[in-house]
Design a protein around this ligand. Structure first.
Ligand code: FEO
Ligand code: CA
Ligand code: CA
Ligand code: CA
Length: 585
């Protein structure tokens, strides 16, 4: 560890205290400005319906506005660090906040509005004397929703298990949902993970084995199947196979068709992050945020191509992620590990075991990983690659089922029973990001030494936290950690307060709390302008848990508007230093 700077990047700010206030707290000398909350029109010319604080916007208006529950986010420069695009995920909806009377009544129009509030958003922003502002209208402004057409790339394209009545060729999917974390590719595109998609589908009274392995049950949180048969697996048994992919978007081309990249495997994908091998191939790391599931990597067959005079870099690499090898991680007790290839015909991945071809291997990635004997992890969320050392980091957010009756026990990588706190694991590939062997250890086990239960104490050097979720490295190699622990800061979480953003020197392990969010939110997403002087993070689901019938939308939070007739809204924060310096330095 360490590279050129043996001590690692300095933490140059005064830590903030834990807080349970309904506001954003940042260190002295910093400001956090609210940008692009749910419901703001994104800026499509001639179609900019104003947000209605009573949630009275229609489905058609919502499809032209910021979606709900901002998550992964990246910045794409148009004019360096002064003007650019933000591409961000709208992970899910809180139906009690989305409609004036929540789910007290349930209609086809509400399903359409819910679907329009999901997906991915592109907005243009610029720095003005009064701070960062949305540029509206903008020719880049775009909403991708749960009904936008997607192409399918890779081995599952056209596969019999991808075909439906509406799409007999299995080549076009309507929409993306549960878009959680996000990565940025070296060729200028955006990768987004479809995470908790299984919750949108309903199964019959007796789900199939395939449905059970993916957590598709009779009950559905979102109640879409009542008015949209696409999400009823009795009528559309293959529709779930069309979700759970990493999707790729070219934010610079608002007319481009987004693509589901099936070669990367199907999962409850948190997100996807790219490293580059010495010979110029792309390696995409991803994990799935579900208890006892896996960490994956994909190594592209071909090298990343530069832009040409006819093609942008995005266009030159339009099929790069469709060809390559998928692997799943095995962490050994001795601190070594292996990437197990998930290739049809190799080892147990044969027709006799239920995999007709590579398409079926990637559609049934979980079942294939089970057969290979990969390591069952404590909910892998974000991954990040240290620009100085090349170590790869992954948050394992928690797993309170670990070691309980009938569930897998502890192992070296997931060492705590009833793991309520989470840990951050890291590994170094043997020779190159394409290597099949690695060594690993833990950066830290999260927790609070004041807790009684030994498994909840952790070993953090510095400010305590739980539920590490977002991680991202800035240009200097400081590791930023966004938390997502239980909404009410009680019990083992009492001293942690609301969810927070912390910074960690990965060489020394020192952790400092940088920002605390409003009540019942989580901190998610982390992106910077190229100069490192603005950081973008998202405040997701402030006030979560208010009644689903919409009767008390301000019960837990009214951030950021504090409108007595309004409701809490997820939003992006643009964080600056008052002296214009580099964030965190
Ligand atoms: Fe969408 Fe795993 O957080
Ligand atoms: Ca997350
Ligand atoms: Ca989480
Ligand atoms: Ca979450």
């Amino acid at each position: 560890l360490g590279g050129s700077n043996a001590a690692g990047p300095a933490l140059g700010f005064q830590p903030v205290r834990a807080s349970v206030a309904d506001r954003v707290v940042v260190p002295e000398g910093y400001t956090a400005q609210v940008l692009a909350p749910w419901g703001e029109p994104v800026g499509i010319a001639g179609q900019m319906p104003a947000f209605r604080a009573d949630a009275g916007n229609s489905a058609e208006e919502q499809a032209l506005q910021m979606g709900m529950h901002h998550d992964g986010i990246h910045y794409y420069p148009l004019d360096g660090s002064r003007r650019g695009l933000l591409c961000l995920n709208q992970e899910y909806t809180d139906e009690g906040l989305l409609h004036p009377d929540g789910q007290a009544t349930w209609t086809a129009a509400k399903v359409r509005k819910s679907q329009a509030a999901h997906g991915i958003t592109v907005i243009e922003i610029e720095q003005r004397p009064d701070g960062w502002q949305m540029v509206r209208p903008s020719r880049y402004a775009r909403r991708i929703t749960a009904t936008t057409p997607f192409a399918i790339g890779g081995p599952a394209a056209g596969h019999p298990l991808m075909r439906t009545i509406a799409d007999p060729s299995g080549m076009t999917v309507l929409g993306t949902i549960s878009n959680c974390a996000a990565g940025q590719t070296p060729w200028g595109t955006y990768l987004s993970g479809e995470e908790n998609w299984a919750n949108y589908f309903t199964a019959s009274d007796v789900p199939t084995g395939h449905e059970r392995r993916w957590g598709i049950n009779k009950a559905t949180w979102y109640r879409w199947p009542e008015f949209d048969p696409r999400f009823d697996t009795v009528r559309n048994p293959n529709e779930p196979n069309r979700f759970g992919w990493v999707v790729e978007v070219d934010p610079m081309d608002p007319k481009s068709t987004p693509v589901k990249r099936t070669a990367l495997g199907r999962a409850a994908h948190e997100g996807a992050w790219v490293a580059v091998t010495k010979d110029g191939r792309a390696v995409v790391y991803s994990g799935e945020d579900a208890v006892f599931e896996y960490i994956y990597k994909f190594v592209s067959r071909d090298k990343i191509q530069p832009a040409t005079k006819d093609k942008t870099a995005a266009q030159a690499n339009a099929t790069l992620l469709d060809h390559g090898t998928l692997y799943v991680a095995q962490f050994n007790a001795d601190g070594t590990g292996r990437w197990l290839p998930m290739v049809h015909g190799q080892g147990p991945l044969t027709a006799a075991n239920g995999f007709a071809d590579q398409g079926e291997v990637v559609i049934k990635t979980r079942q294939a990983a089970d057969l290979l004997g990969a390591t069952k992890m404590d909910r892998p969320e974000w991954l990040a690659i240290d620009p100085n050392s090349g170590w790869v980091y992954c948050t394992l957010t928690n797993n309170s089922q670990r070691g309980t009756a009938g569930r897998p026990g502890v192992d070296a990588a997931n060492p705590r029973t009833r793991n309520t706190m989470g840990q951050i694991i890291r590994w170094k590939e043997a020779l190159d990001f394409a290597s099949e062997a690695f060594v690993w250890n833990h950066l830290l086990l999260a927790g609070d030494p004041a807790n009684e239960r030994p498994e909840a104490k952790g070993n953090i050097k510095g400010d305590v936290f739980a539920g590490p979720d977002t991680i991202a490295f800035d240009n200097r190699g400081l590791l930023w950690i966004g938390t997502d622990h239980s909404a009410s800061a009680q019990g083992e979480f009492a001293r942690m307060g609301n969810n927070a953003l912390l910074a960690c020197n990965p060489v020394s392990g020192e952790v400092r709390r940088f920002l605390v969010g409003p009540q019942r939110c989580e901190l998610t997403g982390a992106a910077w302008t190229p100069d490192g002087r603005t950081m973008f993070v998202n405040i997701q689901h402030p006030g979560s848990g208010s009644p689903r019938d919409g009767s008390n939308p301000r019960q837990f939070s009214n951030w950021p508007d504090f409108n007595p007739a309004g409701r809490p809204r997820s939003a992006t924060l643009a964080i600056r230093r008052l002296d214009g310096g580099v964030i965190g330095a």
